[in-house]
Design a protein around this ligand. Structure first.
Ligand code: SAH
Ligand code: SF4
Ligand code: F3S
Length: 463
């Protein structure tokens, strides 16, 4: 689809939204409800951009005239939450005959989900998947023109769409996709099946987007990919991720660069060097461990063992002492014993993570791990989970307090929700600090004295 037909469809959608407005006697409303990771959050900004251009007024309530759920399926509880929300939304639709309900995102790439919706949630008007989000303007037109369920889910992508309208959630920071999909096939993970094979965007397109964002006042970009360290491999003129970082650093208005996620198997010395020597690249590395047991890592197909991971973490701590290291850990992978969990705890003790996300293993149909025989009973996983969490929290507390008394630069993100006399800023290492200030500081950099560590955040004051 070229940008002409995107514009064309948005124009037609605009006419239809305006007609709907005449019928309702008010501006039609739309809500975008997002589950899952930063990639989904970025996709939702595109959905929102399209809805705004079509003339909807964006609201948060699921009683809106048009509601779209951008779904996640990485763990089963994400799916269950969508079904729960959908039940509530169906109730609203009974009271508003003009209401339309749409579903998109990762969960829609699973045929069993589509069957369930066709059977039990017949009031849904539109379903599409991860590979055809750029067709949303066309689908919107169809949904506004006709009744009945429209389903269009592709099993693979056909192109990388560059110029969709976007409505950014924050004026001063933005996610930027540098690649889509994943080739790693960790045995527990459904992402490669629902997001397709790894595709890198052309560096010139990424740089063009960052330059445009900078011209609009964005000072911080978060480069997004399932494994940013393998960026650039399939391109006609391959470039490495550190090389891309160096190019983005040259853009004047961009003051901070973050990235997510780094797979430990591909993290190079070159990357550590580039982060270390940069004033712009944030001192934060998210380095998912998943398990500290080499036996489990092998069964997970992570392509590194405990020793390799520890050596990498040690190198980062030595080379960039101010950097925070965060991680993801899965508990209850098939065959995991309490002794394997001891290995995970040993890694936590050695790396002393600044923070960690801990998840109980969730069986995803179609992945190799789902077919493994030695599944761990849920009660056992909970016992092990609590052990790991206690350890993680101990070190997170210790690590975040290591900056107490220092003056560090914070980017102010918002007025504090609980106390409007305070604002909330984020440090380069991703730690949050609350300090006296007002709305006028949002999007600005200020030097803040970190007076008191409160566990996972600081209380401070402007210096
Ligand atoms: N590409 C990233 C992770 C994306 S998914 C990486 O490789 O690090 C985010 C996190 O969800 C993963 O790091 C993993 O810890 C968790 N996760 C993925 N599949 C899971 C499953 N089946 N059960 C529990 N947690 C899972
Ligand atoms: Fe999933 Fe592994 Fe790919 Fe991350 S690298 S998205 S965990 S398959
Ligand atoms: Fe979920 Fe899809 Fe992200 S499954 S974690 S929203 S890539």
């Amino acid at each position: 689809m070229n940008s002409y037909s995107v514009t064309d469809s948005i124009q037609r959608a605009k006419e239809l939204v305006s007609e709907l407005g005449n019928t309702l006697g008010r501006v039609p409303t739309a809500a975008v409800i997002t589950f899952g990771c930063q990639m989904n959050a970025r996709d939702s900004e595109k959905l929102t951009g399209i809805l705004i251009q079509a003339g909807f007024s964006i609201v948060e309530e699921e009683s809106a005239d048009f509601v779209i759920y951008n779904t996640c399926t990485v763990r089963d509880n994400a799916n269950q939450r969508v079904y729960g929300r959908l039940g509530v939304c169906g109730g609203f639709k009974k009271k508003n005959p003009h209401m339309k309900i749409a579903l998109c995102g990762c969960m829609m790439q699973e045929p069993s989900v589509i069957e369930k919706i066709k059977k039990s949630y017949r009031f849904v008007d539109l379903i599409f998947g991860t590979h055809n989000l750029y067709k949303f303007p066309e689908y919107l037109v169809s949904v506004l023109e006709q009744d009945g369920m429209i389903i269009d889910v592709w099993d693979k992508p056909d192109q990388i769409e560059e110029d969709l309208p976007v409505a950014r959630k924050y004026s001063f920071k933005s996610g930027v996709n540098i690649m889509f999909g994943c080739n790693n096939f960790c045995t527990y993970c459904i992402v490669p099946y629902v997001r397709g094979r790894e595709r890198s965007r052309e560096p010139k397109e990424i740089i063009r987007e960052c330059e445009r964002l900078a011209s609009e006042g964005v000072v911080e970009v978060m480069l997004l990919g399932q494994n940013v360290n393998s960026y650039g491999r399939g391109l006609e003129n391959p470039i490495s991720f550190p090389e891309l970082l160096k190019e983005i650093e040259k853009i004047e208005g961009i003051k901070r660069i973050r990235f997510m996620t780094s797979h430990p198997k591909d993290l190079s010395d070159e990357l550590i060097e580039v982060v270390k020597n940069s004033d712009k690249i944030c001192k934060h590395i998210h380095l998912p461990l998943q398990s500290g047991s080499s036996k489990i890592l092998k069964a997970m197909n992570r392509c590194y063992d405990k020793e390799k991971y520890l050596a990498l973490a040690k190198k980062i701590r030595e080379e960039i002492p101010d950097a925070s290291i965060t991680t993801d850990i899965i508990i209850g992978f098939p065959g995991e014993t309490p002794e394997d969990v001891d290995e995970t705890i040993d890694v936590i003790r050695q790396v002393e993570y600044d923070n960690a996300f801990t998840f109980i293993y969730s069986k995803r149909t179609g992945t190799p791990a789902a077919a493994m025989e030695n599944q761990v009973p849920e009660e056992e996983s909970h016992v092990q989970f609590d052990r790991v969490l206690a350890e993680v929290q101990k070190y997170a507390k210790k690590q975040s307090s290591r900056f107490e008394g220092r003056v560090m630069e914070a980017l102010v993100e918002e007025v504090n929700e609980n106390d409007p006399s305070l604002v909330t800023g984020r440090l380069s290492n991703n730690i949050i600090v609350h300090f006296p200030g007002d709305e006028s500081l949002i999007g600005k950099f200020v030097n803040v004295k970190l007076n008191e560590c409160k566990g996972f955040y600081y209380l401070g004051e402007i210096q």
